[in-house]
Write a protein that binds this ligand. Sequence first.
Ligand SMILES: C[S@@+](CC[C@H](N)C(=O)[O-])C[C@H]1O[C@@H](n2cnc3c(N)ncnc32)[C@H](O)[C@@H]1O
Length: 332
Amino acid sequence: MGAGGPAEARAAGQAAPRVDVGAAPDAPAGQGEQTARLYALLHAGNQGDLAFYRDVCRGAATALELGCGAGRILAPLAADGVEVTGLDNDPARLAFARRALQGPRGGAGATLVVGDMRDFALGRRFDRVLIPFNGLFALGSVEAMGACLRAARRHLAGDGILAFDVYRVDEQDYLDEEPWESDFEPVTTLMWRGQAVSVDERNAGDGTPGHVHVSYRVNLPEGPVVQHVVHRFAPWSVIEDLVRAAGFGGVEARGGFDGAPLDETSSQVVVLATVEDPDGDRARRAAGRLAAGAACQPARGLGVRRRLLGDAAEGASDGGLVAAKAGAARAG
Ligand SMILES: C[S@@+](CC[C@H](N)C(=O)[O-])C[C@H]1O[C@@H](n2cnc3c(N)ncnc32)[C@H](O)[C@@H]1O
């Protein structure tokens, strides 16, 4: 954070952090609360991703996260002193984000917006635009990914940085045109109200290349609850074309949050893109700086059909979900 930024303002004892939640409700109730809580537990991110996004935002005054969910990334960034804006189309998840942002460490000011990341207009630009943890794959089509990247470009300051990560998709997986379905298989264990509960995962392809329907069966003591998610995968070659077509000049892709080169053994594609950077020097410098500072474990090398949850879900606990997320800023 540069001189005179929000962190300095807080240190100087100025006004308490502001959390402007727009249309986000107070707290989800009943089934909505359980669904959002389970979703947040199941989507705990990949090892090293939080440290990566915090690094990307070091020195930035403002950041916009598209598909911010329950605030897993947003709250630690706010605690770092970045003025954050989170946009998501799920009000129940935003309600968790609101709680995370109002946690004990507070933040430099935060805005939560219920919106569609394929098409939105916030009327301002940001130093960083982030789309963490496969957010692009939640959008349903390659066209939708392109629309989201164009909206991201419109909201990025001229000298800003777009950062996102997606799983690396084998061309072979992408071209799979036969419908297929796996059995439910155990994938992780979560702590739910003080009890360990197992989670099973089933994946199915509907015959459309890149479409995967994922079902998580969470074996709660009162009976199993199944959550469904549809992913639209695309290989990096397709996404890179979308990024460039959206108006980004410098595009730097790495194979992990530790800055490893991208190759056929990579599990992830971690991307930094800039606007006024035709030779890609700024994006490359930013990536190099991150690689030097990173202390990440290598990502698990799983096939795309077995790695949809992210590798941080194991052992995630609903005990103090929000506090744990805010605490990640201290631990990370
Ligand atoms: C995989 S989660 C990532 C959550 C968060 N960024 C993180 O890293 O933990 C994807 C998020 O995108 C949101 N989402 C999906 N489609 C969206 C859309 N069209 N507009 C806005 N948000 C969307 C979902 O509600 C979900 O919270």
